[in-house]
Ligand binder design. Structure first.
Ligand SMILES: C[S@@+](CC[C@H](N)C(=O)[O-])C[C@H]1O[C@@H](n2cnc3c(N)ncnc32)[C@H](O)[C@@H]1O
Length: 507
């Protein structure tokens, strides 16, 4: 069976999400002391109508538990604002309003200077893995089982949502989107239909598989053993997708708190802009979550933060939006390179790659400004003849970003083949994007249900935006590669090499 393509060198502000791992439970550092949270109301942890049939209880749970609101609801947002103020959120220079970018967002109420600290959300209003559980027994069981932070927080959200008005977070949960925009909500058929050309499809499938795997693992190890605490009508795959969707699109990592992850109500109403660099963090002097503006805002303007230097594909994957074409300086596209099965040294090369954690098919990020040295090393390895077998190891190591003393790796004797090999991969990828973009015009004209049509048109537009921006980067790479190859072939570089060789000889 062909090896699945793997991917490397992804930067992310949020920690990667791993399926549940078993291991020792490390005690987590707590927030520095601040005002202690209001005691959670003692509640009985059960779901409605315990005597009813499972199916009836499931539908009852779905009906009764709000699981957030419509993504643009201002009503719930203003209830959230009121509750936060009553719970200790100091007066703010911003308010939640309907906005052009991101539906709801934080808008400046007064002029804001560059370099000003905004927000100040106190730690008791922040949700972390140490937050007190409305249903304390459920929290204890999970901690005893060393459930890691991400799944713990996902279960926490479901648990608190199921407590409805009895949860201290009920106003927060009611203001969360009922259907967070993220690729978690795309069906397999939608991913195949709209994202066939983009490697983001693979990452979405991988992520969905991880969420399902985590849920299955938790169900068999924990939920099934404590059905009174984790009834299936509440803790099921559908609610897991909701809570993971919320985490992927709202959880922040706080660098000044050892990178621990947190949901920060109110601050998570801030939308992303590729033009700002500022991010949320804990500020020990004011003892709150803040961010420092890196540009001025006028009263009435939407205020933005950065969700990290992410490509358009990564933003679509976690947050469900694609920035306007050409506006994201961190944009990149994953280019898939593969060893040729017909290569005489295939097994030797594969062995060298595997030694360094790589495989026969590997994705590398290409940016509008160029590609990484690792991609070039992989290309050299892919085209190198059997006579270079002593260098396979070194090339594989360089392709894996592990070690290389030769930062500017060049093998003039195979440079032309390596560049041609990258160009071929680039052009094959471009043709997939072009095919999709061409066909997308006539796609979905057969749908008659307005609801289905709206969804399809929305997803298709996102896919068209993503594919257009990814293809644009590949066009640029194609142009550079063609130019280099032309120069190489016209002999200019060969002559230069010869000249340099002679110069070295005379030295
Ligand atoms: C942290 S929340 C921000 C608050 C969100 N707008 C709300 O009303 O709940 C992240 C979500 O906001 C939206 N969003 C953030 N930045 C955006 C942008 N630049 N363009 C479009 N949508 C954006 C996306 O739906 C994303 O999943």
């Amino acid at each position: 069976m062909a090896e699945a393509a793997s991917r490397i060198f992804h930067t992310s502000l949020l920690p990667p999400f791993y399926p549940l791992r078993r291991g020792p439970h490390k005690p987590r550092p707590r927030f520095p002391p601040g005002p202690s949270p209001a005691p959670a109301t003692k509640v009985v942890c059960s779901v409605p109508a315990a005597a009813a049939s499972a199916a009836a209880r499931a539908s009852e749970a779905r009906r009764v538990i709000p699981w957030g609101c419509d993504v643009d609801s201002l009503e719930n947002a203003s209830a959230l604002q009121g509750w936060l103020s009553d719970s200790g959120l100091p007066p703010q220079k911003m308010a939640i309003q309907r906005v052009d970018v991101g539906e709801r967002g934080l808008v400046a109420l007064k002029n804001v200077r560059k370099g000003e600290k905004l927000l100040f959300v106190p730690p008791p209003l922040v949700i972390t893995a140490d937050s007190e559980w409305g249903c304390a027994e459920a929290g204890e069981v999970l901690k005893k089982n060393s459930v890691p932070d991400w799944p713990l927080l996902a279960i926490y959200l479901i648990s608190e949502a199921s407590l409805m008005g009895s949860s201290r977070w009920s106003n927060y949960i009611s203001a969360l989107p009922r259907q967070p925009y993220s690729l978690l909500y795309w069906t397999r058929a939608e991913l195949d239909r709209y994202l066939e050309a983009s490697q983001i499809r693979e990452r979405a499938i991988e992520r969905i598989t991880n969420v399902i795997g985590t849920y299955d693992d938790l169900r068999s190890r924990i939920f099934s053993k404590h059905p009174e605490l984790f009834p299936e009508e509440v803790f099921n795959l559908e609610t897991f997708k909701w809570s993971f969707g919320i985490l992927f699109s709202r959880l922040v990592r706080l660098p000044s708190m050892d990178g621990r992850v947190a949901l920060v109500p109110w601050a998570d109403m801030l939308n992303h802009s590729c033009e700002v660099e500022t991010f949320l963090d804990y500020d020990s002097s004011s003892r709150g979550i803040v961010f420092t503006t890196d540009r001025p805002y006028q009263a009435g303007e939407q205020v933005f933060i950065s969700y990290g230097r992410k490509s358009n594909g990564e933003l679509l994957l976690s947050y469900g939006f694609v920035p306007k074409e050409g506006t994201n300086p961190s944009d990149s596209v994953e280019l898939l390179l593969s060893l040729k099965k017909s290569d005489k040294s295939y097994s030797q090369k594969l062995e060298a790659l595997r030694k360094h954690g790589l495989s026969a098919s590997q994705c590398f990020p290409v940016q509008i400004t160029g590609w990484p040295v690792e991609l070039m090393a992989y290309a050299y390895l892919a085209v190198s003849p059997p006579s270079m077998s002593s260098q396979f190891e070194e090339l594989a190591a360089a392709a894996s970003n592990k070690t290389t003393t030769r930062k500017d790796m060049r093998f003039p004797e195979i440079e032309e083949q390596a560049l041609q090999y990258i160009l071929d991969s680039c052009e094959s990828s471009i043709s997939k994007y072009s095919k999709f973009l061409q066909e997308s015009g006539s796609m979905d004209l057969d749908v008659t249900s307005p609801k289905q049509l709206n969804r399809r048109l929305f997803l298709k537009q996102l896919a068209v935006d993503l594919c257009t921006s990814e293809r644009r980067i590949l066009f640029r790479a194609q142009y550079i590669l063609r130019r280099r190859l032309r120069d190489l072939r016209s002999g200019e570089l060969r002559a230069l090499t010869l000249f340099n060789g002679l110069r070295k000889l005379f030295k």
